[in-house]
Design a protein around this ligand. Sequence first.
Ligand code: NAP
Length: 465
Amino acid sequence: MAIATVNPATGETLKTFDAFNVGEIEERLYRAHSAFQDFRRTDFAQRSALLNRAADLLEADQDDIARTMTTEMGKTLVSARAEAAKCVKAMRWYAEHAAEQLADEHPAPGDVQDSGAARAYVRYRPLGTILAVMPWNFPLWQVVRFAAPALMAGNTALLKHASNVPQTALYLEDLFRRAGYPEGAFQTLLVGSAAVEGILRDERVVAATLTGSEVAGRSVASVAGDEVKKTVLELGGSDPYVVLPSADLDKAVRTAVTARVQNAGQSCIAAKRFIVHTDVFDEFAARFVDRMSTLTVGDPMAEATDVGPLSSSQGRSDLEELVDDATRRGAAALCGGQRPPLLEHGWFYEPTVLTGITEEMRIHREETFGPVATLYRVADVDEAVTLANDTSFGLSSNAWTRDAAEQERLTRDLQAGGIFFNGMTASHPGLPFGGVKRSGYGRELAGHGIREFCNATTVWFGPEQ
Ligand code: NAP
């Protein structure tokens, strides 16, 4: 894929970039590795000061970087500003909490005595240079939620961002440089995906994190496995949204729309499969379709727009194929199911609700990365759980019920990295984020996230000392 800024709202190519050559990559690997030798010795107070400074700069740049993101990948300007603000918060949160999250751990004396130690503890030390392969859908947030903890832990970072968001990628490098990080602590590599293997095999890169598709995740994990290097994978999702009779239907419907069309539906944790109890199905369906069909689709720079374009022509074709396959096999579009007739340019798609989904339809198994919801009717909680788990993904899940026994049952049985009751899945700095099954492994955010790229070192002292 060419490294370029192409405006999804118009299809116009605005700027192209040459990929780095071998020498330019080598230079950055050298710098990242050298920077680590000193950066790992800095203390938490020094790292906090740097990250807080980066947060302040980002806060001041919020409007400009939001425009860049909207121009590069089509998210609404309103949501781009909110994304930048979320990054500022997460940076400040890690600046404040990293020291306590990575404080030495002292096992109970009884546990240590058996090992013959006078004392022993666990120290979380940084690993080294981490490669981050990142997607375009939340071009600032995906990077920050990796970089803030990784840098607070004392690691250095190399970012290979998606090829359609090069200006956001370069902005991030510049942000950390302006904040005063040492040269090489955070660098952007303008490279295509074919260059990832060579970089990951370089001995100066010690681990990798990838957020993206299953195909990309499998490729990076297999190279890393061959090199025995740690990976964290945040891959696709097809999150269920279960609605049971005790739900507050009004809130469940309003939240369902946001949960499906946020970021024009291009979110790994978007609710994608709406699984509704038969007692409330008709009412939920009518209200959901009504709201989905009255959303404003159009110019992402306009404040009133709810749904902007998809990020690429290919992304829209992929979505169209899934919808066409489903309708050919008998699914019914209760709304949408096509490109908006009045928006000729750009990669827009109407918010769509499909029902009558059967197992042989591709859409039943594959991730819909766009504003298309599938709606299922179920007879009871058992059927809801079976259907919710009938997917190779396991990122997060949403359930609407006020019944405590049902909540307990769903917490026990839903196969996902998160279960959000009476609200929608979202990521928060203080809560771990990640999936099971083919949605990946490892966790980002909270204490779990910062410890992924640390060496949990056992420090043991014999009786003589
Ligand atoms: P993608 O094609 O996998 O791209 C993501 C990143 O991986 C890009 O930087 C891409 O580079 C790179 N890449 C692609 N193929 C690669 C390969 N074979 N080896 C190494 N790197 C490779 O993903 P996408 O389709 O743009 O993004 C959407 C996917 O990401 C969806 O499945 C979504 O659910 C998932 N996602 C998951 C999370 C999560 O937290 N779980 C969050 C956001 C998105 P190029 O751009 O140069 O191809």
